[in-house]
Design a protein around this ligand. Structure first.
Ligand code: NAP
Length: 259
């Protein structure tokens, strides 16, 4: 399927690895020129070169922390008027409700709620002027079904979801769509570190921790960054203009609900 976005420009945040990279690769395959971001410059530059070589698009790496105002400004200075914005950042650490204080919440809110809101606020006006734009936020299945040990994530992502629910309806009249993608368990460094946490807490091996988690997923496997990226590219395509303010689960059936 021709996604109809060849030649457009996208900012993909937190994209040197994992789900963000999956989104960047799928957009590049559709002919979109990219500005990609992550904190570790060496990995980011390597990823940018690999994507540019594979898909023949321009890929500009911007090394910075997306959760900071300086980081956001650095990316926007390179690409002030993207056609497409994919918001992403690392997820907060697991713990117990009694562990977290104000500073922990502020860090989680900065990364997983306030950074995507700031990026949207910066790029929506030019998308509205052009009469076309696509925003995709990577959130989590925890928006639909809380994951108790990820209370910081549950809280920050719920805030972003509420913001998108209203804002997406305000920008839709101008041909701009905002949607959220909700990953369940995907085979990335993030899930490996969560499995490592289970392994240490329960005194079991990594393989046992992974097998234990996979057993809870109806699809009986972890998702891949490539299939996650394919959905992102579709949401950013010409074909997705009527999909507005949705929360799309990619979770192998993990969230047990009828709708
Ligand atoms: P990942 O494999 O750990 O990759 C994270 C990427 O984000 C890396 O490129 C990392 O590079 C970059 N990054 C992290 N913090 C950043 C920051 N502050 N500023 C800029 N770049 C940053 O993670 P993932 O599995 O792809 O997860 C992506 C998001 O989806 C996370 O918020 C995660 O919580 C959420 N999620 C993931 C899963 C899953 O199963 N994988 C499930 C639910 C939700 P640097 O470290 O070099 O910055």
């Amino acid at each position: 399927m021709d996604l109809g976005i060849k030649g457009k420009t996208a900012i993909v945040c937190a994209a040197s690895k994992g789900l963000g990279r999956g989104c960047a690769e799928a957009l590049a395959e559709a002919g979109v020129n990219l500005v990609i971001n992550a904190r570790t410059e060496s990995t980011l530059v390597e990823t940018a070169a690999a994507i540019a070589a594979k898909y023949g698009v321009s890929v500009t790496p911007v090394a910075c922390d997306i959760s900071t105002a300086e980081g956001q400004a650095k990316i926007l200075a390179v690409c002030p008027n993207p056609d497409i914005l994919v918001n992403n950042a690392g997820g907060p650490p697991p713990g117990m409700w009694s562990d977290w204080d104000r500073d922990d919440f502020i860090k989680a809110l900065d990364a997983n709620m306030l950074a995507p809101i700031a990026m949207m606020k910066a790029v929506l006006p030019s998308m509205i002027d052009k009469g076309w734009g696509r925003v995709v936020n990577i959130t989590s299945q925890s928006v639909k079904s809380p994951i108790a040990v990820l209370g910081l994530s549950n809280s920050a992502r719920a805030g972003l979801t509420g913001y998108v629910g209203g804002t997406s309806r305000q920008v839709a009249p101008y041909g701009v769509t905002i949607n959220n993608m909700l990953p369940g368990n995907h085979a990335t460094d993030r899930i490996a570190s969560l499995d490592q946490g289970v392994s240490s807490a329960q005194g079991i091996s990594m393989d046992e921790a992974t097998a234990q988690r996979v057993e809870t997923i109806p699809a009986r496997r972890y998702g891949t960054s490539a299939e996650f990226g394919a959905m992102c590219a579709f949401l950013c395509s010409q074909h997705a203009g009527y999909i507005v303010g949705q929360n799309i689960l990619l979770d192998g059936g993990s969230v047990n609900s009828t709708m």
